[in-house]
Design a binder for this molecule. Structure first.
Ligand code: UFG
Length: 352
């Protein structure tokens, strides 16, 4: 609040959004988008898979330091305490979760505890403090292997392949159930494959250890951090034999969250619980991504074809009509732009 007797116009209109996992990859880009759209942001993060330096990157981009508290959402008493002292929250975007498919197979309880318990504690606080706007980070992983492409939101949810995928399915069900019996209004955004970084290269994706995902593996290989990219299979039933995904620029994805927040805050959600695909609508194969990267970077990528990775779906890309029409959102960056931003970020991180 300003020193003046009356709050400024900006203070009157500023809605406060709590962003859990707000220092993570997608979270940090969303915090930037929210601040740029005029929202006040409060970040909760336990720093388990990111660094406090991200806060500085967000602040440099937006000239506004978001509020931040280090908090582990698995500790129910800490979550309760947080909400007792922060009563003016207009909405929550819940990113905080574990997200490595392979790790979830090795350690399912970590995933059920971190992804499910935390969600339940948050929703309990929503109920206790009448917070009715909730946005959830879901994933196209809930569809499993699609029968029809592009895939739309009406497609059946198939049995999850990994505990990670299962947590996303269960979480959507939990939120839907709570919406039916409370004032909660919620949107689940089903992300396709987020890649890239903010154009400033002040924030981006910083995987801990060996990257599990394609694009950070590519950029680290090009930067000389990894010797060689392994392409998991070239014998799939696709035009070039490699798997097809819908790679979406993380800044476009971040903006979908702002649209979702607006929709909830303006009470425009036509149902208590809505799901939206957030992708580009275009599928690209792994080999196409490699070629596009070579073109934008001017570097020849060292890669070899290896056997298929268990659990990979052959092809998935989004039908984005619902997000376009109802959310008023559309991805604007193409694959090459996304890869160029990822490469710019990698070079910045490595000092090259
Ligand atoms: N791939 C390779 N080599 C690699 C890494 C990936 O060939 O070193 C291939 C995969 O086999 C797949 C494609 O690149 O065909 C994309 O793989 P990613 O691991 O980047 O992403 P996924 O499509 O497997 O998506 C997974 C989860 C999503 C989650 C996403 C980001 O299924 O739910 O990772 O964490 F959102």
């Amino acid at each position: 609040m300003s020193q003046n007797k009356f709050p400024s116009l900006r203070e009157v209109h500023m809605k406060k959004i709590l962003v859990t996992g707000g220092l993570g990859y997608i979270g940090s880009h969303t915090v930037v988008a929210l601040q740029e759209a005029g929202y006040e942001v409060f970040i909760i993060d336990n720093l388990s898979n990111t660094s406090i330096d991200v806060l500085q990157g967000i602040t440099e981009i937006t000239n506004t330091p978001p509020s931040f508290v280090r908090l582990d959402l698995r500790i129910k008493s800490d979550v309760e305490k947080f909400f007792q002292t922060h009563k003016d929250i207009d909405g929550i975007i819940h990113f905080a979760a574990s997200k490595a498919v392979g790790e979830s197979v090795e350690n399912p309880l970590l995933y059920y505890e971190n992804n499910i318990n935390s969600l339940v504690y948050l929703l309990q606080e929503c109920k206790a403090h009448s917070i009715s706007n909730f946005i959830f980070s879901s994933s196209c992983t809930v569809y499993g292997e699609p029968d029809v492409l592009p895939i739309n939101e009406e497609a059946p949810i198939k049995k999850a392949i990994s505990p990670y995928g299962n947590t996303k399915q269960i979480s959507e069900e939990i939120i839907n159930d709570v919406c039916k019996v409370s004032s909660l209004n919620a949107i689940a955004l089903r992300y396709f494959n987020p890649i890239g970084a903010h154009e400033s290269a002040l924030i981006g994706e910083l995987p801990v250890g060996v990257p599990q995902n394609l694009v950070p593996y590519i950029t680290q290989t090009a930067a000389g951090v990894r010797k060689e990219l392994s392409i998991f299979g070239d014998d799939y039933n696709t035009p070039d034999g490699s798997c097809i995904r819908d790679y979406i620029h993380v800044v476009d994805l971040a903006k979908a969250h702002v649209k979702a927040v607006e929709r909830l805050i303006n009470a425009e959600n036509s149902a208590k619980f809505k799901v939206f695909n957030v992708g580009t609508g275009k599928g690209n194969s792994v080999l196409e991504v490699v070629t596009a990267f070579e073109e934008i970077s001017g570097k020849k990528l060292n890669y070899k074809i290896v056997k298929r990775r268990p659990g990979d779906v052959v092809a998935v890309f989004a039908d984005t009509k619902k997000a376009n029409d109802e959310l008023g959102w559309k991805a604007v960056h193409n694959l090459k732009e996304s890869l160029a931003s990822a490469w710019k970020w990698e070079k910045k991180v490595r000092g090259i």
